[in-house]
Structure formats: structure tokens, C-alpha cells
Design a protein around this ligand. Structure first.
Ligand code: C2O
Ligand code: CU
Length: 482
């Protein structure tokens, strides 16, 4: 299995043998709000630099939007129409995808599937309405492993018409980076080992493109914390020890407020979680925030530092619930069922063999040819090559579908469907307690997950693993709604 180095600055410095000079103080997080109603926004992906590690290191060359890492936080109102003019400042083709937004197909930003790629120096204007309030994000969908991996991503927040009352609304966009000892991005994108195992893991963590800073809080304060996982492959499992976070939305969609199972907030690549954090710690106290997703690789992400004077004596009793989004409710009695099996990847130095599914009939020679080609992962027996392909499923517009997915591999996969939100209705045969709406569902090795949706957005939609190296190595398909 892949080594998962703890991505802290200390570990990075230790691993590289370089001494740290100075403290952890870093420049303020850059989060310009670019959105105003009825305005055209501009995004320009291009090379830039960002102080990922901080002094004494020089800022790291990255690719980013509008000279800012992360890209500017786009804030919209629910139902608002927006125009976003993109100019490609990269030396290669691109296209911007609005992850989780239910936009018309032609605005979905998938080169060769929903639009022509935007050439270097070229432009494309996206224009759409945002039907759902929630926490979303944007990123290229062209050579995503490298384009997103070098820093092309930003948050996109759609505000509720009547948001729940909080004292502060914060966004943490989480990422890890594979840096060399000179704090340069290691350019081994697309190597076969990452592609055939757990994907590209980094050795340094950032929150909003910088070293994580302590979360300074006051007793009695209520914070809405929007977590976005922009990492290529790393799954986060955050433990806010000493606090009782309540999950209020998953992938932007409201969910009945509940505590995370075992107190750990799991966010896979591409996924988002909105938390309400009541700051119940004592004045002057400090509390670690730990990532515990990989049990042998736990590390401190940041800490919560309390001011000496509380804001109020007790946690507020304001309502936590979010207003619902206008999603069509699946009619399970009338649903058509489809099965999708995921295969592939390495295990113990060998290509995973079939566990009873369409790949059983795939001749060994053909599989080996595909692997030499870098195609390692299969959706119903097919390893995709690029975005344009025949649909794995064709759904009739307006009907309800249950898609029963089986992860017949030795790795977890966050499976993402474009253009729709779906309900996660069962895991390994047991009904899910919250029947949560999502656009990306994390499947553990061997797990079976059923999702249900109304196919109400016409077009050809990507359906892929959001571990970007898996996506590139074939774990990608098209679902047609016609
Ligand atoms: Cu966030 Cu198809 O991607
Ligand atoms: Cu995957």
C-alpha cells in the first residue's frame, strides 16, 4: 500500500532534513469575494506562486486562479444567475467544472464531453443559475490530476435565502501537496504507482492554501465551518476533541443535524461537510484538531485557541436546521435498478482479480495491454480513456433510478456524479440513518452502496472516482439522461 506521510510542516521539515527558521506565523488567508449580484465574474487560471510552507522557503510555483490560492471564494445567492468569464492563462487546454452545482449540461465544464476545451489564451463564458444553496467548489476537468494538483481550485458558496444564525461562517479548503526539499511541487504526476494504488498523497497539508493557523475562538461562539476536500487522493477524518460538532449539510445538501459517527468528520476528495461548531471550551484553553482517517497516520491539523473572555456564557439555542433545496424526491416504488461494479488497482503487487463481475470475462492479455497504457480501473469492465465515451447507463428523463454500486477493489473510492444530487439509501444492505443527499459518495473496500435519484437533468454526465489518479486511469464513465 502507499506510504501516507503525515502532511505537517514539521514532518515535511524533518523529512527534508532542513531546519525551520522562525515561527508558524504566516500571511493572512487571501479570500477575496468576487461575486456581486448581476455581475460578470472573471476567473483566470494561470501559473503563480503561493507561500505553501512559509519562511524560510520561497513561495512555491503553483497554478492558480486570479493569482490567488485557493481561487477567489465565489459567493452567490440561491437562485441567482451568474456569468463567469474564463480566460485560459495556462500553456495547455482547460475547462472549469462547478462541482455539485446542478447546471445545464453545456455549462458543466467537461472538455470533449460538454464543451470544446478552452485553448491556451482562449476564453469561455459560463452562465447558469444556482438552484441549490450550499457549499460547492470549482476546478478544471482537464488533466485534473495535475491541474487541480498544482492548485487550480476555489470555493463556491451559495447562501440560503434564510441562513441559520451563526456568529461566524468559515470555509476551510483542505489540500495536501507532494513537495520536494526545495518546496517545489514534485512533478511525478501520473506515475503508475499512484495510479494503481491509493492515488497521489502529499507530504504537506494546507488549509486555504497556507499552513493551518489556530482557530481563534471565544467561549459560547457558534461557528459554521464549511469543509471542502480539494486533495487529489487524501481522505480526511477530522476529530474536534472537546467539541461536539453537528453535521448540517453534506456536499452542500441539508441533512438532519447529527453528530459525526465516532466523533470523526470524514471528508473524501471532492466532498464537502458543513458543521455547526459550538465553542464550548474554557477561556484560555487550547484543543487539538486531529486527522484520524488513516489509523496509523494520525497527525495534528491545527488547534482551537480560546480567548480569555467568552462571547456568551452558554452555547446559543438557535435552530440548526437548513431550509431544504428544491430536489426531486425519488419514487422508490417506481424505480428502475442498475448495477455498477468497480474493479482494478493493485493489491500485493498484482492487479486485482475479478470478484464476480463483468471483468471475469476480460482476457488477461487485454487487461495487461490496458495497464501498460495506464488504464488500471474499470467501471462495469471498461477502463475509460478520456471524457468522450459511450454511456455506461442511459436513464430516461424524469424517472427514478436506483444505482447499486459494488466496490470490488482493495481501495476506498469517492464516486461523483455530475448534474444531479442523489440520496444514499443503503450501505451493505442496511438502510442509511439519514438517507443523505450527496453528489459524491465514499465507498470503502468491498462495500456495496445504493443511491437513488430522479434523472431530471438532460445530457451526458461524468460519473467518476474523485481520486484524480483513479479517474485518469480509467475509473470514469458517462451517464446519459435523455
Ligand atoms: Cu469535482 Cu467530475 O469533478
Ligand atoms: Cu478511486
Amino acid at each position: 500500500m502507499t506510504k501516507k506521510a503525515a502532511p505537517t510542516r514539521r514532518a515535511f521539515l524533518a523529512a527534508t532534513g532542513l531546519a525551520a527558521v522562525g515561527g508558524l506565523a504566516l500571511p493572512a488567508i487571501l479570500r477575496p469575494a468576487v461575486a456581486a449580484p448581476e455581475q460578470t465574474l472573471s476567473l483566470r487560471p494561470a501559473p503563480g506562486t503561493a507561500p505553501l510552507v512559509g519562511a524560510p522557503y520561497e513561495p512555491t510555483p503553483v497554478w492558480c486562479f486570479n493569482d490567488s490560492l485557493p481561487g477567489p471564494e465565489i459567493r452567490l445567492r440561491q437562485g441567482q444567475r451568474v456569468r463567469i468569464a474564463v480566460e485560459n492563462g495556462l500553456a495547455e487546454e482547460t475547462g472549469i467544472h462547478w462541482h455539485g452545482l446542478r447546471v445545464p449540461n453545456a455549462m458543466d465544464g467537461v472538455p470533449h464531453l460538454t464543451q470544446k476545451p478552452i485553448a491556451p489564451g482562449g476564453q469561455f463564458s459560463y452562465e447558469f443559475e444556482v438552484p441549490d444553496a450550499g457549499t460547492f467548489w470549482y476546478h478544471p476537468h482537464q488533466r485534473s490530476s495535475e491541474q487541480v494538483g498544482r492548485g487550480l481550485y476555489g470555493p463556491l458558496i451559495v447562501e440560503e435565502r434564510e441562513p441559520p444564525r451563526v456568529d461566524r461562517d468559515l470555509t476551510w479548503i483542505l489540500d495536501d501537496w507532494r513537495l520536494t526539499e526545495k518546496a517545489q511541487i514534485s512533478d511525478d504526476f501520473g506515475n503508475l504507482h499512484d495510479a494503481s494504488h491509493a492515488g497521489r498523497f502529499g507530504n504537506i497539508l494546507t488549509v486555504n492554501g497556507r499552513q493551518p493557523q489556530p482557530l481563534e475562538a471565544r467561549g459560547g461562539e457558534r461557528i459554521r465551518l464549511r469543509l471542502i476536500n480539494a486533495a487529489n487522493a487524501r481522505i480526511f477524518g477530522l476529530d474536534f476533541a472537546g467539541h461536539r460538532p453537528q453535521i448540517i449539510a453534506l456536499d452542500g445538501q441539508p441533512v438532519p443535524p447529527h453528530a459525526p459517527p465516532e466523533g470523526v468528520v470524514v471528508v473524501g476528495p471532492g466532498m464537502r461537510t458543513d458543521l455547526i461548531l459550538d465553542m464550548t471550551g474554557a477561556a484560555g484553553s487550547r484543543h487539538q484538531v486531529t486527522d484520524r482517517y488513516y489509523p496509523r497516520q494520525t497527525y495534528q491539523v491545527t488547534e482551537i485557541a480560546y480567548a480569555d473572555r467568552p462571547l456568551r456564557d452558554n452555547a446559543p439555542d438557535w435552530s440548526l436546521a437548513l431550509p431544504p433545496n428544491p430536489l426531486a424526491e425519488p419514487d422508490l416504488d417506481a424505480a428502475t435498478r442498475h448495477e455498477v461494479v468497480f474493479n482494478g488497482g493493485m493489491m500485493g503487487g498484482r492487479m486485482m482479480q475479478e470478484m464476480g463481475g463483468p471483468m471475469a470475462s476480460m482476457p488477461m492479455a487485454r487487461m495487461q495491454r490496458m495497464m501498460q497504457d495506464g488504464r488500471m480501473w474499470f467501471v462495469n469492465g471498461i477502463a475509460a480513456d478520456g471524457h468522450a465515451m459511450a454511456p455506461v447507463l442511459t436513464l430516461e428523463r424524469g424517472r427514478t433510478y436506483i444505482i447499486a454500486m459494488a466496490n470490488a477493489t482493495a481501495f476506498p473510492h469517492p464516486m461523483h456524479l455530475h448534474g444531479h444530487a442523489f440520496r444514499v439509501i443503503s450501505r451493505d444492505g442496511a438502510p442509511t440513518p439519514h438517507r443523505e443527499w450527496r453528489d459524491t459518495v465514499l465507498m470503502t473496500p468491498g462495500e456495496r452502496v445504493e443511491i437513488a435519484l430522479v434523472a431530471d437533468n438532460p445530457g451526458d454526465w461524468m460519473f467518476h472516482c474523485h481520486i484524480l489518479e483513479h479517474q485518469a486511469a480509467g475509473m470514469s464513465a458517462v451517464v446519459r439522461v435523455a
